[in-house]
Design a protein around this ligand. Structure first.
Ligand code: SF4
Length: 908
């Protein structure tokens, strides 16, 4: 590290001048609710959980939250988070030589012990290289030394890890929960042994001195069998020793200990271990959901993210057996949580987050064996508190009207269905059987109950697809439109989404050719030409992106060079339409001698060695091939959790087997007591005005995001908050006029309504118990229910704005302010999204003073709120001084002036 390279101590200081100049600065500041930061001297191993997409996407990824809590529950481990910087922030980091850092301790990635990437999608892979380089971690595994972090990766992408083999030191195959803890234990022991001051710890190989057992049979990772333990080999000192130790952990694949040999025709001949102590085949690990609650104290973002709710994983695994679906295949067998456990998780999670929505997460939530009793149970507990339920993934056959009623009883949003294919025959080919008559009945019932927007997902280019199957897509949409018009008239909206079939590793379709771009474009054009565009909108997934996804999905190790070259050429965020560069990818393939068509659009034979043959998802290759053959006969394989075993080999039928909550738990006590209560919304009887200070990272989030964060804090207090009426009940909270982005607030105001009489001291004490970085509750007082709305009551505010003397010398400031005060009027133009407005600044600025302190000129400005449009005081000051002050100031709102005089404030 060079002497000039910033450390964690000054990264935020270095960034401060640029943060307000980038889009959504809240992505980069941390300080969210439930963030964990441990004292440095208590941390033995530090892991940065890295997500290769922007903050708002990564924060919605449930697996990330599970690992964050799991690791932080261990006293001497610290999990931190890092997300891919958007291109504008990447440019700032590069321009000012600031390393990419973790959100918790603002530590450069190079200073962590382990960097653990999630691999949710192939089109995120170039972002991994960006994060490594920005974090000052060598991009290539072979360039890393003992002082660099160990780079690991897990998630769906790890089931074909070869395309990242040059960059990632070790992959976790399967459920990552216990495997990650064991990796951290092993790294801890290794670091301890390395310490020049500490005595070298020679941890015995596997605890009992025996060699690692090859995992021929998959087992559930029970606490006893795979609890936190070190796998460090005796005498392990070098980084190579450590990696060899990691390769002993069940489910961990270290690519450097495997060699790929190729035939003259370019296909693989074999993949062989180069060290006698690594397994020939690495088998995935399974996690038993019943042994752990998962995420109950997730980090709650301060800004809006893709999925902003409390998520509960109700089951893992989906036994429908869709033949194109990698997620369904690699997560076998089925493991359901009991309704009782889900209820307890929900209670704890809502208490810890204050969220207004509970999402029941899984690959196919409506297939959960007790879905109706579960939704009733949760509704009985939470509906009165305005907390809604959502099921993110629905399969038509599993969906029924009763379930629609249960979900719709609190909040109605659009309904999503994924028939995937247009005809019964093709749906049998892919093993996603949908009874069309029942489907129509369900649509009808959903529309009758007031739902107005439907969303259909289809795939195209599926194996054996014909013109008739495409016509089937049109027929289904026509039927839905006919029903929509009948029940919803003009309000009906159908959103149809089509995306290309991409063959995935570890599925029965892994041998198939992917359709070419020309074929896909022809299909798109046909569907588009026949769709009723008056009622249906069509969203087409980018076919060029699909081809790159197809190449990376089934790539071997040779494609690493093309991935690296594409990244060097500038490929970033390949999953975003606006930044995806097909031309650069093609250039990278050409320069590295990779034929993308050979990887994506080539049919494989049964005996071809596949690049992931040494990675086992516990599924027999024979089973997958048999399923492929069955698909060619349109033969259906039934759900093995409710019918008979299909012989996929995922179970050992002792420890590892399908676990249905219905069979094990029966009816829970709460269900017996459950009453069909209509949610009532009690009226407010008291109103309390809080005064608070808003500082630190909170200055970088918008007013809407801040208001939401404060509302979540209020909800977490469990005080009797009052709610609005209607389908979408909101807590009754009213803020003073918004604070501009980047401003601190010294004495801000918020009014909160309650359904019970409440002492202001009690309320103040309750909110103070919920910590949020940068939010300080100062005072509370009771306000009459009939008092004017806070927004209308604020007539003026005092601001303090500090500007460097390099920008405005004191003498010049004095002259400009004198001119302003002497002027009759001061017309300015303010540019808004919807046009330019003219205003007289003399009406907005009620008073202005200044003083010089060392290197700054500090202005005190009183701005009026009397006009409808309040002028940003920094903008106003810029007009007075004749300067562009954007992002060059320190600004704070000091006081709010009210028209009415509120009840005396209670000083705590
Ligand atoms: S082994 Fe049999 S029961 Fe177990 S997941 Fe596979 S098909 Fe189902």
């Amino acid at each position: 590290m060079s002497e000039m390279t910033p450390t964690r101590h000054d990264i935020m200081d270095r960034l401060a001048p640029y943060l307000l100049g980038v889009e959504k600065p809240g992505r980069y500041v941390g300080g969210e609710l439930n963030t964990v930061v441990k004292p440095d001297d208590e941390v033995a191993v530090r892991v940065a959980l890295a997500f290769p997409d922007v903050y708002e996407v990564g924060m919605s990824y449930h697996g990330f939250q599970i690992l964050y809590e799991l690791v932080n529950a261990v006293a001497e481990f610290q999990a931190e988070r890092v997300y891919t910087p958007a291109p504008d922030f990447e440019a700032v980091l590069r321009e000012h030589a600031i390393p990419l850092y973790t959100l918790e301790t603002k530590r450069p990635l190079r200073e962590t012990d382990v960097l653990a990437f999630s691999l949710p999608h192939e089109l995120n892979y170039t972002n991994i290289l960006t994060m490594l380089e920005l974090g000052e971690v060598p991009v290539f595994s072979h360039d890393r030394t003992a002082s660099d972090p160990i780079v690991i990766a897990g998630g769906h992408g790890a089931f074909n890890p070869e395309v990242l083999a040059d960059f990632v030191d070790a992959f976790v195959i399967g459920d990552g929960e216990w495997a990650l803890l064991q990796i951290l234990e092993t790294v801890k022991a290794w670091r301890k042994g390395q310490s020049p001051t500490g005595e070298r710890q020679l941890v015995r190989y596997r605890g009992d001195g025996t060699r690692a057992r090859r995992r021929a049979v998959p087992t559930f990772d029970s606490d006893e069998a795979l609890n936190r333990r070190s796998w460090l080999r005796e005498g392990a000192v070098s980084r190579e020793d450590l990696l060899l130790s990691l390769a002993q952990i069940p489910g961990v694949y270290v690519p450097r200990f495997y060699e790929c040999r190729y035939r003259p025709d370019g296909t693989l001949e074999k993949i062989v271990p180069t060290h006698p102590e690594v397994p020939a085949v690495v088998t995935k690990t399974n996690f038993d959901l019943r042994t752990h609650w998962g995420s109950v104290r997730p980090v709650v973002p301060l800004m809006r993210v893709v999925h902003d709710r409390f998520a509960i994983e109700i089951k893992r695994g989906c036994m429908t057996g869709c033949r194109f679906c990698q997620a369904g295949m690699i997560t076998r067998p089925l493991r359901e949580r009991s309704p009782q456990q889900i209820l307890e998780i929900a209670r704890e999670g809502i208490r810890n987050t204050g969220y207004e929505e509970i999402s029941l997460l899984s690959l196919s939530s409506a297939d959960y064996s007790q879905i109706i009793p579960l939704t009733r149970l949760l509704r009985a507990e939470f509906a009165q508190r305005g907390i809604s339920l959502s099921l993110p993934s629905l399969r038509i056959n599993a969906f029924d009207v009763e379930l629609a009623d249960e979900i719709g009883s609190v909040r109605k949003s659009g309904f999503t269905f994924a028939p995937e294919a247009g005809t019964e025959r093709l749906r049998r080919v892919i093993n996603k059987v949908v009874d069309e008559e029942r489907f129509e009945r369900t649509i009808e019932e959903v529309l009758k109950r007031g739902w107005r927007t439907l969303k259909f997902y289809f795939m195209c280019g599926l194996p054996t697809e014909t013109q008739e199957d495409l016509d089937g897509i049109i027929r289904i949409t026509e039927k839905a439109i006919e029903l929509g018009k009948r029940y919803a008239g003009r309000n009906f909206q159908l959103n149809v989404s089509i995306s290309p079939f991409v063959p995935k590793p570890q599925t029965p379709f892994q041998w198939h050719a992917q359709p070419t771009i020309e074929e896909l474009e022809r299909i798109y054009a046909y569907v588009e030409s026949r769709l009723n565009k008056r009622y249906a909108s069509l969203k087409k997934h980018n076919v060029y992106q699909s081809v790159i996804e197809g190449v990376l999905s089934r790539a071997d190790r040779r494609v690493c060079s093309a991935l690296y070259r594409a990244w060097q050429l500038g490929c970033r965020f390949d999953n975003w339409d606006e930044s995806f560069r097909y031309d650069l990818w093609m250039q990278a393939f050409a320069e590295t001698g990779i034929d993308p068509h050979w990887y994506a659009c080539r049919e494989r034979s049964r005996d071809e060695v596949l690049p992931w043959d040494h990675i086992s998802a516990s599924l027999g290759k024979d089973f997958l091939w048999k399923e492929k053959e069955r698909s060619e006969r349109a033969a259906v394989t039934t759900d093995c959790s409710t019918t008979k075993c299909a012989g996929c080999e995922a179970c050992d039928f002792k420890e590892v087997k399908n676990i249905l909550s219905a069979k094990e738990d029966g009816l829970v006590e709460e269900l017996r007591r459950e009453q069909k209560r209509k949610p009532e919304v009690p009226s407010p009887v008291s109103r309390i005005r809080f005064t608070y200070a808003r500082r630190g990272a909170l200055r970088y989030i918008s007013h809407l995001d801040f208001a939401r964060a404060v509302t979540l804090v209020l909800r977490r207090t469990e005080l009797p908050l009052a709610y609005s009426h209607g389908f979408n009940p909101q807590a009754r909270v009213q803020f003073a006029p918004p604070l501009p982005l980047g401003f601190l607030g010294e004495q801000e105001l918020v009014d909160v309504w309650f359904t019970e009489p409440l002492l202001a001291e009690v309320a103040l004490e309750a909110v103070r118990r919920i910590p949020l970085d940068g939010l300080e509750w100062l005072e509370a007082s009771t306000v009459p229910l009939s008092a004017p709305a806070l927004g209308a009551d604020v007539v003026a505010a005092d601001y303090r704005v500090a500007v460097g003397t390099d920008l405005i010398p004191p003498k010049l400031a004095e002259r400009r302010i004198r001119d302003f005060l002497a002027a009759e009027s001061w017309p300015i133009e303010i540019r808004k999204k919807d046009g330019t407005r003219r205003r007289d600044l003399k009406r907005s600025v009620q008073a202005i003073e200044w003083s010089a302190t060392g290197s700054e000129v500090v202005f005190s400005v009183r701005m009026s709120f009397a006009d409808n449009e309040h002028v940003n005081p920094v903008v106003a000051l810029g007009h007075v001084l004749g300067l562009d002050l954007s992002a060059r100031t320190h600004a704070a709102r000091i006081t709010l002036h009210l028209r009415s005089k509120p009840a005396p404030l209670l000083t705590a």
